[in-house]
Design a protein around this ligand. Structure first.
Ligand code: ADP
Length: 325
């Protein structure tokens, strides 16, 4: 437990933005105030921690942000924070503002920074927030559900035109090095093929023969959903054109997946995680990350969390292919 009369904490968002970050900020600010803590919002991620871009938050500072994508605190990548000098500057700034703990909302990189800051004497608690769902310790990350729903709607739109023209469209969705977004988008849109970086594909076996057999059943349009980590989509398109004569388009959904109003699931998880992060700091627990395991809220040591590996859902991948005939 903090021994100071009025404990002071800070909250920041860092790395890639994700829908639900605002809901998490709101929960952190309101939970802190409910516990009679002083709470600072830090602008522009770790840059703000180094440069002292702090603003004391009040209950009404976070009104009307729950439904908005992006982050009211802005986010950034901060190479200086990867240096000892940068960490030292941030620690000094935290001491100047009397910060007893920091809630860091972001992805793996953000958590590595939080681990460094905790080791340097400022306890941090991380909240997993990325559309990629690529944080090993948590089966769910804030922003993932919204991004999946956005990608699904976009591919549904593409399907209309693909079907009308008897075309093939290869749709690239985000996910960095992970295929979660692609797999779930692919299933929910009835894609004929899903390509993910976790599983190597063979053009003849997984794409060409699938197109041929699909044609044989009377269907003349074809959607491939590929994770950005797969790469080489233009080459795949060229091979399809060369071998089948089909008209092929490629569509990169890009940052459209990062924005938008968060879904119920993202808002609820963000609220729960924000509340739990403040609770941990108030219990004097730092160097932790909040996570979801078996549908329940848990927390892990940050270093242990960063060392974990997330097994891909191979069974779901098999199901995707079993039904896309
Ligand atoms: P994400 O949090 O979405 O994974 P990044 O990987 O870009 O995004 O990381 C966000 C920020 O976290 C970086 O710009 C940097 O400031 C900080 N960070 C990343 N790795 C480290 C590290 N090893 N040590 C200290 N800070 C780090």
């Amino acid at each position: 437990m903090f021994t100071k009369k009025k404990p002071t904490i800070a909250v920041l968002t860092s790395g890639g933005d994700a829908p639900g970050m605002n809901a998490a900020i709101r929960a952190v600010v309101r939970s802190a105030i409910a516990r009679e803590m002083k709470i600072f919002g830090v602008y522009h991620g770790y840059n703000g921690l180094i440069d002292g871009k702090f603003e004391e938050m009040q209950l009404r500072s976070v009104s009307d942000i729950m439904q908005k994508g992006g982050t009211m605190l802005y986010t950034a990548r901060c190479p200086e924070f990867c240096t000892q000098e940068g960490i030292d500057k941030a620690v000094k700034m935290c001491y100047r503002y009397g910060i007893d703990g920091v809630v860091t909302i972001g992805g793996d990189g953000t958590f590595r920074g939080a681990g460094e800051l905790s080791a340097a004497g400022v306890p941090c608690v991380g909240i997993p927030c990325t559309i990629d769902n690529d944080i090993a310790c948590s089966e769910y990350t804030i922003g993932y559900d919204t991004a999946m729903n956005t990608a699904m709607r976009m591919v549904d739109n593409i399907r209309d035109t693909v079907q009308s023209h008897d075309r093939c469209n290869i749709v690239e969705v985000m996910g960095r090095h992970a295929g979660w977004l692609a797999l779930n988008t692919g299933i929910s849109c009835g894609a004929s093929v899903v390509l993910v970086p976790e599983i190597e594909y063979d053009f003849d076996r997984d794409i060409h023969s699938k197109i041929t057999s699909t044609f044989g059943t009377g269907k003349h349009h074809f959607i491939i959903v590929a994770a950005e980590g797969v790469g080489g989509l233009d080459e795949i398109a060229k091979q399809i054109i060369d071998k089948t004569g089909m008209e092929v388009r490629t569509t990169v959904l890009g940052h459209i997946q990062r924005g938008g109003s968060p879904t119920v699931q993202d808002r609820v998880y963000a609220t729960e995680m924000g509340y739990r992060a403040v609770e941990l700091l108030s219990e004097g627990k730092g160097n932790r990350v909040v996570a979801i395991k078996d549908g329940k809220m848990v927390d892990y040591d940050l270093n242990e969390a960063l060392a974990m590996k997330k097994p891909f859902d191979y069974e779901l991948f098999e199901i995707a292919h079993a039904v896309s005939i």
